[in-house]
Design a protein around this ligand. Sequence first.
Ligand SMILES: *Cc1c(COP(=O)(O)O)cnc(C)c1O
Length: 367
Amino acid sequence: MKVPFFDLVEQHQSLRGEIKTAVGRVLDSQYFVLGKNVDALEKAIATETGTKFAVGLASGSDALYLALWAAGVGPGDEVITTPFTFFATAGAISRLGARPVFADIDPRTFNLDPSRISSRITSRTKAIVPVHLFGLCADMDAIRGLAKKHGLVVIEDAAQAFGATIDGHSAGSLGKMGCFSFYPTKNLGGGGDGGMLVTSSAAWAEKVRLMRDHGSRVKYRHEFVGINSRLDELQAAILLVKLKYIGQWNAKRKKIAARYSRALKGLPLETPYVPEGYGHVFHLYSVLTEKREALSRFLAKEGIGSAVYYPLPLHLQPCYRKLGYRAGDLPVSEKTSKKILALPLFPELSKAGRNRVITALRAFFKK
Ligand SMILES: *Cc1c(COP(=O)(O)O)cnc(C)c1O
């Protein structure tokens, strides 16, 4: 029995009829961009996340870019973020001509370590972008405290964390603006690229709404130079179907993660840590082991998928050589990138599949 690292086909089987109907309606209407499906999705996601406004965009990367732009980040500014994330987080900062400033992570949560942020704040710092990595929120209390003290804007990269919470408050509502991605493999994924920005600030929501459509409020009248980052109706229609199930899917992810963690206790590896009061949605289930390479080879031989998120921290990426970081500068991120391995986890993963993974891990460490 093979266990894939990830699989979307089974989920689609169960939604086939509903999605076909939703997509069929959009095709019949021949209305494809920023229509009533996008409107409905924006309202639903604002409600779901406990924010006042949501703006549908072309991708999660654009959500980050437009959030930073709306916050006034530009050339010469600095933005503090984590080096242990998908590239888009830092890419958005760079695209605005600003400088990503990396602070190291907490070794247990893999998220920005607030105690490493203060020393990175300068007179040029404009914002902090915490990432809720793998579906676990960053320490937002501490980060908001620092931001308030220094007059900085907090923009959440919640691309991996739809449905994650701290004390019942949703990811996306914990900073001034929150950014989601609907890339197909995310917990709430569409049938292609898509993203959304949420905020409770009417002014920022309005700004981003204009930015996504070439600075235009009234057709062919442009108040400033924006971009094209609109969400299309087909994506919104698919996402509206999937949104109904996200709660139950996230609950399944949580359940599988809990089973893994219980079963793997006693093995020489570290299972994911969930701080008190945090609702983790396990976009990924990553363990730490000194034997990462051997383990992933062993699993592959057993027909079990696994993957490394992320093998090279952003401060050591070739494109950021000019920022002047060197190996050893952010040791926790660097060490984590060498020890981390994500195991198969998706809502439809069967009990048999999960048990295969557990058995294989036990066999590997017994050798
Ligand atoms: C996926 C992802 C993004 C980018 O989202 P896209 O929709 O692919 O542009 C940004 N940040 C993180 C942490 C992500 O995982």
